[in-house]
Design a protein around this ligand. Structure first.
Ligand code: ATP
Ligand code: MG
Length: 716
């Protein structure tokens, strides 16, 4: 019998229970890490359904990541039984926005099968827009424009809403015009970018009050997790939707606001009371996750921030192990030590799924991954589009998109000459020229060109055979299982062969990725469903039930918990990130500190911090010193571990009581290293600030310090 358990409330404390049972009117749960905010939300959904206050379909729950949405779905299903009456609408802002937009696409000038552009395609399109306006793309790079546009969209600004002063910042005041041109191009392509998923929704509702009302009526109850990280557009979206019934319950923690760089506004928490007068504010103070040492370490650290609402946290848990701090000679040794420690845990029969390694930037992952591979430790990388953002995967997806969606110009252009088939720039220019003239998609232009003599015979033959292949594949779509078709496409197009022939070290990996892609398609009913999934789910790179260590950025770890957490790379310049300090001063530092706090509070029983004395930044070795965050941890909660080589010379004051932190911080050597790092960080191709890899919320923005992604929406 899977009927709702009647005792779902009994496991809650009094405040949690109040948060669950205050179903009518606005509720804000403002509470620290591990106090059961997410648990309150899940239980609340169960409660609404069990008491008959709402049908599942009348409930809307917003999570920050797709992974969190999946977990919440499972937990709700467990509490309310198999979804006889359907499930609540449960997903990220973007996923829910997509669902709504598909239903009403025509009202905002789209067709319901619109494409959602990834970062690559967005940049390619912006490049075209910039060039078409005769602006020098080298001087005014597409990345920078992308950053502005993302920032504006995060703030809910359409081209005409952009303050003139801000538009002036790009291409001598032509920013807004380019933004408009870009939006027009998107419409022509029947495409949206991630920002549009909310922005177009807002426009839809503002211009069609009847549609808005329909959703306001439908969703009797709304719930939002990780509320501290909503941006303005999300906030406006939520407010419009909740304005009618006002049964909205938001949970959040200002000390875990870590997406300011992407336009999140912690002020939304403060504004809540204003926009929803009479809101009941509930505070939870008991932490159920971590041992006392870990909790005190994290609380001591975050107490250094000035800009916070402040709260008490307590645990009834035992003291447990202290937070360990270990120095390593270099990042390779750091990876080796982490590997050893995990093997030791494993041999003590600890579950590897309860172990996580949380890094500041995704570039730190490679050495750790290499180590895991060497040791044969199973692991998974969580929270990146890393897999789907890889070039070979994007190429393969472009083939699939071009097959399924013949009007998808970006996809077609991406693969028309990959592998090389003699359709170089000249041929592509011809295709474009004709497409523009005849106002048709590139594929259709291609059909014309293979019959005309505008194109030289050799490329024409090549194009003809490519078009014949697409025809065949399209016909095959009807009767071939889509993953088999994908395999066929990759083989017949010569794409797999291209990598097979390449002798480089990573070609093998790419071939494996392609195999993995084809395999993953089996989980979907058809190609469109798969493509939809790809555009939204960037953190679904995990399979099987095998116990694995989880590897992810700190940003991606929000909301999660593990028995043991490893925190490598606590060094000045890396964490706190030099870039955050340079660009945002104290606010930047405080956001970094919140990130450290998020990292520590993921741990239930063990937290291990590492720093290396030498780290390679952009190919250059740099001497580094321990992060100031290490110094800020309350001494009584920390255990410093032996690491002989690491401490020679430069250390924080804590270590061996030798060099005072401030003076070591000012050594010329350190300053040089810092200057080098800062320089490296300004290089647009630099992996160093490749950031969280990304898209843990499926929003498709690049990682925290991806080149030029800090738009005007950033915390400033
Ligand atoms: P974060 O801020 O990190 O997202 P959170 O406030 O959402 O944390 P949860 O993830 O909901 O916290 O809960 C943390 C842990 O504490 C979970 O393992 C949860 O099951 C457990 N927990 C929460 N409330 C209780 C309770 N009343 N009794 C026992 N365990 C609880
Ligand atoms: Mg949570």
């Amino acid at each position: 019998d899977h009927r709702p358990a009647t005792d779902y409330l009994s496991g809650l404390n009094a405040e949690q229970r109040q948060a669950v049972e205050t179903t009518e009117g606005p509720v804000l749960v403002l509470a620290g890490a591990g106090t059961g905010k997410t648990r309150v939300l899940t239980t609340r959904i169960a409660h609404l359904i069990a008491t008959g206050l709402a049908w599942p379909s009348g409930i809307l729950a917003v999570t920050f990541t797709n992974k969190a949405a999946r977990e919440m779905k499972e937990r709700v299903a467990h509490l309310v039984g198999p979804a006889g009456e359907g499930m609540p609408w449960l997903g990220t802002f973007h996923a829910i926005g997509t669902k709504i937009l598909r239903r009403h696409a025509e009202l905002v000038g789209l067709r319901s099968d619109f494409t959602i552009l990834g970062v690559d395609d967005q940049l390619r399109l912006l490049k075209q827009v910039i060039t078409a306006e005769n602006i020098d793309e080298k001087r005014w790079p597409a990345r920078q424009l992308a950053s502005f546009i993302d920032g504006w969209k995060n703030r809910g600004l359409t081209p005409k809403d952009v303050p003139p002063g801000e538009a002036a910042a790009f291409a001598n005041g032509r920013g807004t015009g380019l933004y408009q041109a870009y939006q027009d191009r998107l419409k022509t392509l029947n495409a949206v970018d991630f920002g549009d998923l909310l922005l177009e929704c807002l426009r839809l509702w503002r211009e069609n009050p009847d549609v808005l009302e329909q959703y306001q009526q439908r969703f009797r109850y709304m719930l939002v997790d990780e509320y501290q990280d909503t941006n303005v557009a999300q906030y406006l979206w939520l407010r419009l939707l909740a304005q009618a019934r006002k049964n909205v319950c938001c949970v959040g923690d200002d000390d875990q606001s870590i997406y300011g760089w992407r336009g999140a506004e912690v002020d939304n928490i403060l504004r809540f009371d204003h926009d929803f007068p009479g809101a009941v504010v509930i505070r939870l103070e008991r932490n159920y996750r971590s041992t006392a040492h870990i909790l005190s370490a994290a609380s001591g650290l975050i107490a250094k921030n000035k800009d916070r609402l402040g709260k008490t946290l307590r645990t009834d848990d035992e003291p447990g192990e202290r937070v360990s701090v270990t120095g390593a000679w270099d990042s390779e040794e750091e990876a080796r030590q982490i590997g050893e420690e995990i093997e030791a845990l494993h041999s003590r029969k600890e579950n590897l799924s309860e172990v996580a390694v949380l890094v500041r930037i995704s570039a730190q992952m490679r050495e750790i991954e290499d180590r895991f591979v060497t040791l044969g430790l199973p692991y998974r990388v969580i929270g990146g589009p890393r897999f789907y953002e890889r070039a070979e995967i994007r190429d393969a997806l472009a083939y699939l998109r071009a097959t399924a969606q013949p009007a998808d110009d970006l996809a077609f252009e991406r693969i028309v000459n990959t592998p090389k088939r003699g359709l170089g720039d000249a041929a592509v220019a011809l295709l474009h020229a004709h497409a523009r003239r005849a106002r048709v998609p590139l594929m259709q232009a291609a059909r014309y060109l293979v019959e005309s003599d505008e194109m030289k015979p050799a490329p024409r033959r090549s194009l003809r055979s490519l078009m014949a292949q697409f025809d065949r594949w399209r016909t095959a779509m009807e009767k071939t299982p889509h993953h088999e078709l994908a395999q066929t496409i990759l083989e017949e197009s010569g794409y797999t062969d291209m990598w097979a022939k390449e002798k480089s070290a990573d070609a093998q990996g790419r071939l494996e990725n392609l195999k993995e892609l084809v395999r993953s398609m089996e989980e979907f009913p058809d190609l469109p469903a798969f493509l939809e999934h790809i555009s939204l789910v960037m953190d679904a790179n995990e399979d099987g039930d095998q116990e694995r260590v989880s590897l992810m950025t700190l940003h991606a770890a929000k909301g999660l918990e593990f028995e043991t957490v490893f925190l490598p790379g606590w060094e000045e310049g890396l964490f706190p990130s030099q870039r955050a300090l340079d660009e945002n001063g104290r606010a930047g530092l405080e956001e970094e500190r919140r990130l450290a706090h998020v990292g520590l509070t993921r741990a239930k029983r063990r937290a291990h911090i590492y720093f290396a004395s030498n780290r390679r930044i952009h190919g250059l070795w740099n001497a580094t010193i321990p992060s100031r965050f290490i110094d800020e941890l309350p001494e009584e909660n920390v255990e410093v571990r032996e690491a002989p080589a690491a401490y020679s010379g430069r250390t924080a004051s804590r270590f061996e009581g030798m060099t005072p932190f401030a003076s070591s911080y000012q050594t010329p050597g350190w300053q040089r290293a810092q200057a080098r790092a800062a320089e490296a960080a300004r290089d647009p191709d630099n992996d160093w600030r490749g950031g969280g890899g990304f898209s843990e919320n499926g929003s498709g923005f690049a990682g925290p310090f991806q080149a030029g992604r800090r738009g005007p929406g950033g915390r400033g």
